[in-house]
Each structure stands twice: as C-alpha cells, then as structure tokens.
Write a protein that binds this ligand. Structure first.
Ligand code: CS2
Length: 502
C-alpha cells in the first residue's frame, strides 16, 4: 500500500481528497460520448492525442468527441493494460517535464471506453459500426503497415494477414481486417464511413494506411475496395511528442510526483505538436481551438520532423548504444555524439529540405537538440533503436537517395548502417549485452549481419531496394568506414565519419 488514492472516476467525483497540484478534467465525463475510435492505446497515444482530445472536451459543444480505445494485440501485456484501464475508469495521468526539471501532472479523461478485440470481437466490431464513431485513428508502429519495401505492395502472405484472409470465422488478428469489416458493415447498413487517420511516424501516414487497407480489401472483394477508394478519406498528419517507455520503477516515481496510484501513468516532454490535413467529411473536433495546426502543408512539416528529429534520433541511437550510453540526454552530453548530430543536420539534411512557411530550420534544429538534452525526460536509446529495420528506411531513405544522386558525402549514412549492423549483435563496445527488438528481421538476417562481411547489412530486405552496393561513391566510403570500425571501434569510426572531406 502506498497510502495514495487510487485513480478512478469516483475520486474525481469527490469521494476522496484529490492530491494538491493534480489537474483533473473540468468537464462532466458522464456526458461524453465517443466520436473517435483509437487502435493501439500506447504511451504515445496517451500523451499526444489523448491530451489534445481532453482539451477538446473542455470546449463547449464538443462532448461527442470522446475516445473509445481499441486493442487488437492478443498478449498478456495487452490484457493487463485493458484490465488497468477498466479498474480506473479509463483515466490516466500525464506528467510533463520541462528542461529545467519542473513538472506538472494532469488526469486525462478523454478515453471513455475500451474494447479488446481478442476478449470480445463482437463488441469491438459493434463499436466500429456505431455511426457516432466518425474517425478511426491508430498508432500501431512503423513496422505494422505490412507494405513491401521497394514496391509499396500490401503483403498478403504475412502469417497474421494470411490467417485473417483464410479464416473469417475466427476473430480478427489484424487492424486491416477489423477496419475492412467495419467499413463493409457500414456500406451494407448505409451508414457513412468513418475517416481513417494514422498517427504513426511515416512518410505520408494517411497515404500509407490507405494503401494497406485497399490492399487488404482488394484481397477480399474488389467492389469493396472500389467503394472504400471512393468514399473513405485518409488525411495525413504529423505528430510530435517524445514519450519514453514507463517501467515499474518509473511508474512508481511518476505516481509519487502526481500523488496518485495510476497503473497507466505516462510521461511526456513539455513539447506537443500535431499538424493535420483538413479532410474529414464525417466531421471532426474543433482541433484548431486546442493547439492543432490544420494545414495543407503536412508533407513539408513531416519532412522536416522525420528527416531532422526522427532521423537524428535513429542516427544517434545505434552509435550511442554501442558506446555504452542508454539514455538520450547522456548521449547528448557526449561531445562526440553531439558533433555527429550537428554534422548530420547541418551538412546532410538542412541543405536538402524545403520547410513549410514560417519554419526556420536552424531554429528547429536548436529546438530538437535541446529537447533531446532534457535530462528530466530520461528517454531510452533502446526505445528509439528498436524496429530500426522499419524506421531507418522511413527517416533516412530520402536523404541517402539524394546523396547518391547528387554525389554528396554519404559518410553519416554509411556510419548509421554500420552501427545498425553492430547493434544487431546485441553487445556494445564495452562487452555489455542489450536487448534487440527487430520484428521485421529473421534470425537468418541477424546471423548474416553477425558474419564477417559488413556489406550483409546492405542486403537486408529494408535496404536492398536502394542497391547501395551498385553505387561506387557510397560503397567505397562504406567499405572504408567498415575497415575503421573493425580495427579501431565505434568512437574512431564516428570521428572518421564527421571529418571534413576534401
Ligand atoms: C522516436 C520517436 O521511436 C522513435 O524512433 O524517434 O518515437 C520520437 O520520440 C517521436 O516521433 C517524437 O515525436
């Protein structure tokens, strides 16, 4: 027992003393209905969209824009999460940390229901058929869109998708089948379709989920695919907030700061941004009143964020882990890592990007570097490193391709791929082991990368469409840096990769 009150609606309704300084919803949650269904209620959703919709619900006349969370994954961790949400009336806290260490905790009330597909597929499907749900959003992870790198085709052969296609009598295992069946149900009922919005970090996240869903629909019924193509909108958006993972120890710290027991406590930096294409024929919350930018320039915003913030994150994570760091702010305090990031942003990225109106790239650079350096956030390098096979192509391909086409210095990109290869071995330069989470790579892929040939990494499916071995300028530099890494280790290779070249 901690002596702290348990987070639940009754506490907000006045059955106990609220901790001093804890902000709570200022609206009547019993009057809120769900207008958005969100698939994948992870940390990021809870500190980003959950917060924005909590703000929306504070506005007059917006009470039909609550969220119903939807879980698709069948795992003990997901079941535990669903149980935690149920035990606290779908409430959670967000504790925000500013770079000066000051913090503030708030109870977020925007999620008003939760459906678990594995536990009750019928109820989950009924929710998605409810005409009150006008938008379906998702954060399912960059590696989960099931498109083949290079061709962009939807892959009907992955086990979960093939299982869903072949066994309609079983509960859905993929988000694709869940949504396609819901859209089909709406078509049959004559109910307007919902708008679909991905909130993952992808190039054109709306275009991406559209391609995935049309690919699944075409495999079920081409007429349905045509109806979706005609009737359903998939706006793109850019999302931004650093949301570190929360383990038991961190949860205990967050709860102590907030003064409440919350099994789903989250942590966020003080920065929050969302830019959305305004394309919601079935209606949308008045987002523009709560800090969201509704814009036709999402692609430009996303290019800046993906190619600067996420690309820097990815680029720093592998070398920094190999050097022995585990937290982002620690890596930022290492002059070698900092110089590597500055060289990358200033020489490799800023000259190649056209920002949206009003965004100054040097200011944006300074802002992201100071966000990374925030010691209170304690973001994990291994969180950023995981799923590199999906993230590296998303955030680095355009830069790398442009370098190749224009004959520019590919040193930082070569360094990234070499460090990724070393990271796959799961042991850093000090001999300390760490966990590697790469769902897109097989044990054979990892074994190939652990062998003697550094070029094996270039032949992995996520990178092979770039045909990097065929580009003399790239491969010469890659081989050169590979030699330095083998003989002299990661730190010397970073030095070599950021030296000015004549
Ligand atoms: C990170 C992102 O996972 C990653 O690769 O770069 O989660 C990053 O923290 C967010 O995109 C920030 O908005």
């Amino acid at each position: 027992m901690t002596g702290r009150p348990h987070l639940e609606q009754a506490l907000l309704d006045g059955t106990g003393a609220l901790p001093a300084g804890l902000a709570v919803p200022g609206y009547d949650r019993s009057a809120v209905t769900a207008g958005v269904a969100h698939i994948g209620v992870g940390n990021f959703h809870r500190v980003h969209q959950g917060v924005y919709l909590d703000r929306v619900l504070h506005q007059a006349g917006q009470q039909d824009w609550g969220i119903v969370g939807v879980g698709v994954v069948d795992s003990p961790a997901s079941a535990a999460k669903a149980a935690a949400f149920a035990a606290q009336d779908n409430l959670h806290t967000v504790t925000e940390f500013a770079p000066d260490g000051s913090h503030a905790s708030r109870v977020i009330g925007s999620m008003v229901g939760y459906e678990s597909v594995p536990a009750d597929p019928v109820a989950a499907q009924a929710r998605l058929l409810d005409p009150g749900i006008r938008i379906v959003t998702m954060t399912i992870g960059e590696s989960s869109y099931n498109l083949i790198e290079g061709t962009g085709e939807f892959d009907v052969s992955t086990p979960a998708v093939a299982g869903d296609l072949q066994h309609p009598e079983r509960p859905p295992r993929t988000v694709f089948r869940l949504l396609i069946e819901a859209l089909d149900g709406r078509r049959r009922d004559g109910t307007a379709p919902f708008t679909v919005m991905s909130c993952d970090n992808l190039r054109g996240n709306g275009d991406t989920i559209r391609r995935s869903l049309l690919g699944y629909a075409a495999a079920v019924d081409p007429a349905l695919a045509r109806w979706i193509e005609d009737q359903v909108r998939f706006p793109n958006c850019m999302v931004d907030r650093i949301a570190p993972l929360v383990n038991d120890a961190r949860r205990a710290e967050l709860n102590a700061l907030a003064g409440i027991d919350d099994a789903a406590a989250t942590i966020g930096e003080d920065h929050l941004q969302w830019v959305i294409e305004d394309d919601f024929p079935s209606g949308r919350p008045r987002w523009e009143e709560v800090g969201v930018t509704m814009s036709a320039e999402v692609a430009q915003y996303e290019a800046v964020k993906g190619r600067m913030l996420n690309a820097c994150h990815v680029l720093m994570s592998y070398p920094a882990v190999l050097l022995g760091h585990r937290f982002v702010h620690e890596a930022m305090a290492d002059p070698l890592v900092y110089r590597m990031l500055r060289t990358f942003v200033d020489q490799d990225v800023i000259p190649l990007i056209t920002p949206p109106a009003g965004v100054q790239l040097p200011d944006y650079r300074d802002q992201i570097l100071s966000r990374f350096a925030n010691p209170a956030v304690r973001d994990q390098l291994l969180r950023i490193a995981m799923d590199g096979a999906a993230k590296i192509p998303v955030f680095h391909t355009v830069t790398l391709r442009t370098q190749i086409e224009q004959g520019l210095d590919p040193s930082r990109e070569a360094l990234l791929l070499l460090c990724f290869r070393r990271y796959l071995t799961g042991v850093d330069d000090r001999g300390v082991a760490f966990d590697v989470h790469e769902p897109l790579l097989s044990p054979d892929d990892r074994a190939a990368c652990a062998g003697d040939d550094p070029r094996a990494v270039l032949r992995l499916a996520p990178f092979s469409p770039l045909r990097l071995e065929d580009h003399p300028g790239f491969i010469a530099r890659f081989d050169e840096l590979a030699g330095v890494m083998t003989q002299r280790g990661v730190a010397t290779t970073i030095e070599a990769a950021i030296q000015p070249r004549g």
